[in-house]
Design a protein around this ligand. Structure first.
Ligand code: KIV
Ligand code: NA
Length: 277
């Protein structure tokens, strides 16, 4: 399969073909979702919650992001890998932001970076794009701002907020972002934004009329993810299968049924003779 590119993703929007994106944070997951043929893999800072067990994405560091991005890009050769810039890694100087975005590409081997925010990010997006770093924007519910937003709530419900979202989307597109994640907004607002913008709008909790969808891997397979929000669909329950497998293993160990003959090695006759007489 040919590697997915930004122009391929853009073309999907033009053709009206939905773009598929899933998060992954490690080698086996990246391998599995790439084999399934997903367009884009997001190394989301949601890893702080679903793999590191934090209460929010706020504690996630650049080192965490690089570590996990490296693991994902070792497996993903076809899917387009986007890595999140973590909390506060793009809120100092523009130079610092570009340097951190560059690290996700040079050390993590990501193909693009994602950052949360609207028009206030224009100088940073512009500089990243000038430097050859493809940028994905992220507006609506921006989890790094959870303590400011007062929880994980639907955004853009009233007309003022909806207009602000559209303005932010335009500003990011103008600055050179090649796609935007739009999280947890009413579907009517999301559909309006997707229809106005030339670049793909990847929705999560934003309805079916976006140009693509993204979900957190652990939520969609039921892999020990915490209380999932309304917009998540759990396609399978691997947690249940893992519980069953671990319980079977324990039972067999406790009943001395594992390991069985096919799992053991044998000493040669001479050794057995010496040991047992
Ligand atoms: O970190 C993440 O997983 C994300 C998606 C929810 C879009 O940013
Ligand atoms: Na994120």
């Amino acid at each position: 399969n040919k590697p997915v590119t930004t122009s391929f993703i853009r073309k999907k929007k033009e053709e009206g073909t939905p773009i598929t994106m899933i998060t992954a944070y490690d080698y086996p997951t990246a391998k599995l979702v790439e084999e399934a043929g997903v367009d884009m893999i997001l190394v989301g800072d949601s890893l702080g919650m679903v793999v590191l067990g934090y209460d929010s994405t706020v504690p996630v560091t650049m080192e965490d992001m690089i570590h996990h991005t490296k693991a994902v890009t070792r497996a993903a050769k076809t899917s387009f890998v986007v890595a999140d810039l973590p909390f506060l890694s793009y809120h100092g100087t523009v130079e610092e932001a570009v340097k951190n975005a560059g690290r996700l590409m040079q050390e993590g081997l990501a193909k693009a970076v994602k950052m949360e925010g609207g028009s206030e990010l224009v100088p940073i997006v512009t500089r990243c794009v000038q430097a050859g770093i493809p940028v994905v924007g992220h507006i609506g519910l921006t989890p790094q701002a959870v303590h400011q937003l007062g929880g994980y709530k639907v955004q853009g419900r009233d007309i003022e907020a909806a207009k602000k979202l559209l303005e932010d989307a335009y500003a990011l597109q103008e600055a050179g972002a090649f796609a935007i994640v739009l999280e947890c907004v009413p579907e009517e607002v999301a559909a309006h934004i997707a229809s106005k913008l030339d670049i793909p709008i990847i929705g999560i909790g934003a309805g079916v009329r976006c140009d693509g969808q993204v979900l957190v891997f652990h939520d969609l397979v039921g892999y020990a993810s915490q209380l999932a929000p309304k917009f998540v669909k759990r396609y399978t329950d691997v947690g249940e299968q893992i519980h069953a497998a671990v319980r079977s293993y324990m039972e067999e160990v406790e009943g001395r049924r594992f390991p069985a003959t096919e799992h053991v090695f044998h000493a040669n006759q001479e050794t057995i003779q010496e040991l047992y007489g």
